[in-house]
Design a protein around this ligand. Structure first.
Ligand code: 3PG
Length: 396
């Protein structure tokens, strides 16, 4: 039977064709919203979304859903907990739209420094104001703090380096390359940064990171760019900082962003000067969308052909395993089942298992991660099993 894939967001035509050419039944409906998915995704095997919300009800209501692909980077629009409960794979396309997001971040910095949107608006309104708009600072030599040094942060660093900025970056992982200096604490960097750009995922740890305390540390008149997720910034604290510290802001994400792809929009920030907001278009260049779509197609085809899920985000990173048992055995019917029987009889839970075959197909090696230790009599039975070549049992 053909695999059924629902694509519920804008997706390039040539990649839909690629899926169809691979005997996949593709339903393409980019207008679907969160509430439509409950019915629309009910009978599909795979769901592809960009920012459309995949809520718990959609996942619970689905009958065949096996894989959700986020055609983009952030997976905060997908209810991962609900996916975990039903064993639905969630994967994403990391790095594929990073350059596009970095380009927008740099664009917002330039726009703020030169007040490009105001410039253009005045011109269109028939106002010539060269005196006023000649007051830009320039970005060369400015101190830039990159908060979040993953795929996007690194692309921002490359571009900022070319523009002659003095770059600092902070990430959970190590900092490397492009003459970038690490900073460990916000109170070291915020008072000296002329520009702060945020490139973090939305997680419980990053929610509200930019609050009153953080804005207190920021240099007056600094530029703040956020092209990641809105809830990293506390909006009320931001408005206060704009008014009290003359912080100038470029955002691609904001509280109350409409789910619909077009229609009205309303935000407290509309009333405030020194804030430039774009329409969550960081990833929306043709180059980036093609790269994301290609990766999405690769994920789906590899899953169909080999069962492997690339960029599987809800795979447990830490499992409750304390022992590893590796058994090298003759690859004959019933041999592996016999080994598993021994463990079952000893009430041992296998958390993870992989059986790999040597060239020629005579011998296989089974690696198992166990919750509890195999007892001496079990190991004895492996030793006495003529189909077991060797085994090892170690605590992790
Ligand atoms: C992402 O997480 O990849 C970006 O926020 C892009 O979102 P979009 O696919 O809705 O444009």
């Amino acid at each position: 039977m053909k695999m059924k894939v629902l694509i519920a967001d804008k997706f390039p035509e040539q990649y839909i064709k690629k899926l169809r050419d691979s005997e996949i039944d593709v339903i393409y409906n980019p207008k679907l919203g969160e509430n439509d998915l409950l019915e629309a995704a009910k009978e599909v095997d795979c769901l592809v979304v960009r920012s459309t919300i995949v809520n718990a009800a959609t996942i619970e209501n689905s009958q065949n859903l096996n894989l959700i692909v986020r055609a983009g980077a952030g997976v905060n629009n997908i209810d991962i907990k609900a996916a975990n409960k039903k064993g639905v794979y969630v994967s994403n396309c990391p790095g594929k739209n990073s350059i596009a997001v970095a380009e927008l971040a740099i664009g917002l910095m330039l726009a703020l420094d030169r007040r490009i949107p105001h410039n253009v608006a005045d011109f269109k309104a028939g106002k010539w104001n060269k005196g006023e708009y000649s007051k830009a600072d320039g970005l060369f030599g400015k101190t830039l703090a990159i908060v979040g040094y993953g795929n996007i942060g690194k692309e921002v660093a490359k571009r900022a380096q070319a523009m002659g900025m003095n770059i600092y970056a902070k990430d959970i992982s190590r900092i490397e390359g492009y003459g970038v200096k690490d900073f460990s604490e916000f109170d070291q960097i915020m008072p000296i940064a002329d520009i702060v750009t945020i490139h973090l995922p939305a997680t419980p740890q990053t929610k509200g990171l930019f609050n009153d305390a953080m804005f207190k540390l920021m240099k007056p008149g600094a530029l703040l760019i956020n092209t990641s997720r809105h809830d990293i910034i506390d909006e009320d604290a931001l408005i206060k900082a704009i008014k009290e510290k003359n912080i100038k802001v470029g955002l691609d994400v904001f509280k109350g962003e409409p789910e619909a792809k077009d229609g009205p929009v309303s935000s407290k920030l509309q009333e405030i000067d020194n804030v430039y907001i774009t329409h969550h278009i960081g990833a929306s260049t043709e180059q980036a969308q093609n790269a994301v779509a290609e990766e999405t197609v690769n994920i789906i085809l590899r899953y169909i052909k080999s069962g492997v899920i690339d960029h599987w985000v809800n795979r447990a990173k830490i499992t409750d395993t304390h022992y590893q048992l590796v058994v090298k055995h003759y690859d004959k019917p019933g041999v592996l089942a016999g080994i598993l029987d021994v463990l079952r009889d000893g009430n041992i839970n296998i958390e993870e298992i992989e059986n790999i075959i040597f060239e020629g197909g005579l011998v296989a090696c089974c690696t198992m991660k166990l919750k509890t230790a195999a007892a001496a009599d079990m190991l004895e039975s492996f030793r006495n099993n003529p189909n077991v070549i060797t085994y090892s049992h170690v605590s992790l």
